[in-house]
Design a binder for this molecule. Structure first.
Ligand code: IMP
Length: 202
């Protein structure tokens, strides 16, 4: 695939944590944030892959009509935390879990309270990326990281569910580990490695 250098990509997300991580994980890419006046991007699919493609292609269609500057394409990330004791939940619904609670500290506590005492605490973060070039066919790339749930919210680094997830091989949560460590093993980092290869950036 032929790409411009440096690559300029719209990130189809208003999640500041994701924007920060993509900027660090793909330093050769200039990311354009999703504009404040652009529409919300629906994610109505049953699978991470459906939602990633829906967001990337929806954002590309909008950008073709209304985009303020030329870009190479649009990147969307659909990701979430899958907890075995909750039958894989909140999973694809991670962004919509506990909408009555305003902060992730509260959401994390509720999620932990839903896991029965003595249950298997295995969990994984999953990330599916969809890249929609302005002209051409979309492609996807994915990554996952295995781990387990902490017993309480620990650390204020990262975002979302990071403070309750301990990656395998560590005794600290993603909220306690430095971002450089998260970037060596996270679901998003692994999906970025796969995306890089698919875009021919290596
Ligand atoms: P969506 O991809 O927009 O549906 O949102 C994914 C949601 O999953 C985020 O809002 C977070 O709650 C959670 N999530 C995804 N990736 C991470 C991560 O790296 N750390 C913590 N939470 C995450």
């Amino acid at each position: 695939m032929i790409v411009h250098s440096p690559l300029k990509i719209v990130l189809a997300s208003r999640n500041a944590g994701k924007l920060r991580e993509f900027t660090e994980l793909l330093p050769e890419v200039t990311f354009v944030p999703w504009p404040a006046d652009a529409p919300e991007l629906p994610e109505t699919g049953a699978f991470f892959q459906d939602n990633a493609l829906q967001k990337a292609e929806g954002a590309r269609a909008w950008w073709r009509e209304h985009g303020a500057e030329p870009v190479d394409g649009v990147l969307a990330d659909d990701s979430g935390l899958c907890v075995d004791a909750l039958w894989g939940g909140p999973g694809v619904l991670s962004a919509r879990f506990a909408p009555d609670l305003p902060t992730y500290r509260d959401k994390n506590r509720r999620l932990l309270a839903m896991v029965p005492d003595g249950a298997d605490r295995s969990a994984r973060f999953v990330c599916v990326l969809a890249y929609a070039p302005l002209r051409g066919e979309s492609l996807t790339a994915s990554g996952a990281v295995e781990g387990s749930l902490a017993f309480d919210h620990r650390g204020d680094g990262g975002f979302g569910y990071d403070p309750i997830f301990i990656p395998d091989g560590f005794d600290r949560t993603f909220g306690e580990l430095p971002p450089e460590t998260k970037h060596t093993l996270s679901h998003r980092a692994r999906a970025c490695v796969a995306l890089r290869a698919r875009l021919g950036l290596d």
